[in-house]
Design a protein around this ligand. Structure first.
Ligand code: ADP
Ligand code: MG
Length: 486
């Protein structure tokens, strides 16, 4: 039987505010336990929450960036449950009326060697407070409670069940991550828990309309874990069904060491959160004027930049989408393209998506930390354009520039000179090379004269080799044609 995988993600993005969502305590990460806790976070009697305007503005920015509805009047609700790290006995969240409704996130998705632009529909995004932390390890054999995180602002972003594979879910999560860090509303630090995903996973027979029963895997804080956990859960569900069992709706935990998911609680023992509107907080009213003010202060969005690149630099939709996956890459591309001009912008894009991307990948680093600057790369591309080096040799020069890690603005020229990589464009020198090749490859010459076109390419290849790759390809072709005709 062919199975179709269905995935919906819920992502918690910690918002980059100085203070907490309903109190003035600091949100700084890594402080001594319980040093950033106000009476509100402690739930002292009589302490009242006050909405942090900066958190709301970050939610508005997000809503604008994903083309969603910003709810004019949204409501905060109490989600009631008991846990030691939740002093109030409830979490303030939004339930029926979230601040952001709908919207979509677009990204480039590569499947079977083909790349396409996809989008995932969002259901909603709502504001809520984080809970504290229970310290189970290393605490004098007891469990300690650290309330520094209690009241930290979160935006929970929920998708429709739109994704059909772990790889697609990861592509979406990466796009969402790059969007919130682009906006600066979340620092994106996954190790510190600033960006974490819950994955809802189900399977159904291919072609079936109805969704299968889902399980939710909680708190995946790396893209690798997200992908692995989904794949493992999918396999578990398929095996279970094929063995005659059925999936029970449940919350599960992923264990990266054992590489399995384990049930935490089933739907039957799911809690009743007894949601109700929080009487301590007035409805959150967001006027069109407020939205306009926030919009005016936002950075250019990836979607807008994508459009601009398509028009200003004549890029394809795909190229523009790849280059705007991160702000650092987009900025770098724009700097290179600005220096080399519109005619060479496509070439700049190819370099960034080719040699630069693969080097970054191999070295597991980010374009912002690349040792070759935009200006240095631009000079390299200019040296291809003016015929100093071939595109092929440029790859070698680029690798050497990367190795050199020098800030010299003329680094490309220095490498070309010191390695003797300048293209041979002197026709006398090229003719000498060709003569040598023709003399040594009489058989190919004969074959060419007998009408075998392929023999010509073989001769060009030999001549290129003889010049150590430095012969100007266009000139070489021209001269060889002439020689063979003569
Ligand atoms: P809950 O209220 O339990 O959180 P929701 O209906 O809000 O449930 O859905 C939570 C997430 O689960 C959403 O991202 C949604 O797209 C996803 N989801 C819902 N049904 C399925 C399903 N059958 N398979 C996979 N994901 C699903
Ligand atoms: Mg949920």
């Amino acid at each position: 039987m062919q199975w179709e995988v269905v995935i919906g993600l819920e992502t918690h993005a910690q918002l980059t505010t100085q203070s907490k969502i309903f109190s003035g305590a600091s949100t700084r990460f890594g402080a001594e336990p319980n040093t950033q806790v106000s009476p509100v976070d402690l739930a002292l009697p009589g302490a009242l929450p006050v909405m942090n305007k900066a958190a709301v503005e970050r939610a508005i920015q997000f809503g604008l960036a994903v083309d969603a509805l910003i709810t004019p009047v949204s409501i905060f609700a109490r989600k009631n449950y008991f846990y030691p790290d939740l002093p109030k006995g409830y979490q303030i969240s939004q339930f029926e009326t979230p601040v952001v409704q709908g919207g979509k996130v677009s990204f480039v998705f590569e499947k079977d060697g083909k790349a396409e632009v996809r989008s995932v529909q969002l259901t909603r995004a709502h504001l809520e407070e984080d809970a504290g932390k229970s310290l189970h390890e290393d605490y004098h054999g007891m469990t300690g409670i650290d309330l520094n995180r209690a009241g930290t602002p979160l935006l929970e972003i929920v998708t429709e069940p739109d994704m059909r594979s772990a790889a697609e879910a990861v592509a979406y999560a990466k796009a969402l991550h790059s969007l919130v860090t682009w906006l600066g509303i979340c620092d994106g630090n996954m190790q510190e828990g600033s960006f974490r995903c819950d994955a809802n996973v189900s399977v159904r027979p291919m072609g079936q309309q109805e969704y299968g029963t889902r399980c939710e895997i909680k708190n995946l804080n790396s893209f690798r874990f997200l992908e692995d956990a989904i794949n493992i859960e999918v396999r578990r569900q398929i095996e279970l069904i094929e063995d005659g069992g059925r999936v029970v709706q449940a919350t599960r935990l992923y264990d990266p060491e054992k590489r399995e998911t384990r049930q935490m609680r089933s739907k039957e023992d799911a809690q009743d959160y007894r949601y109700f509107p929080d009487p301590d907080l007035p409805p959150l009213a967001i006027s069109p004027e407020w939205i306009a003010r926030v919009k005016a202060e936002m950075p250019e969005l990836p979607a807008a930049m994508r459009e601009r690149f398509i028009h200003a630099f004549a890029l394809s939709e795909y190229d523009a989408a790849v280059l705007t996956q991160s702000k650092a890459m987009a900025t770098y591309f724009e700097a290179v393209a600005g220096l080399v001009g519109k005619e060479q912008a496509k070439q700049a894009a190819n370099w960034l998506m080719g040699d630069v991307a693969s080097t970054l990948n191999r070295e597991n680093t980010d374009i912002a930390a690349a040792p070759v600057s935009a200006a240095q790369l631009a000079l390299l591309l200019q040296r291809i354009a003016d015929g100093t080096i071939s595109n092929k040799i440029a790859k070698e020069v680029f690798a050497a520039m990367w190795e050199a890690g020098s800030a010299s603005p003329t680094l490309a020229d220095e490498v070309i000179t010191s390695k003797g990589l300048k293209q041979i464009s002197d026709s006398g020198a090229l003719e000498a090379i060709i003569d040598g090749v023709l003399a040594a490859n009489a058989k190919s010459v004969e074959e060419f004269r007998a009408g075998k076109e392929k023999a010509f390419n073989a001769l060009i290849g030999q001549a290129m080799k003889a010049s150590a790759g430095k012969a100007n390809p266009a000139q070489l072709t021209e001269l060889l044609k002439k020689k063979l005709a003569g």
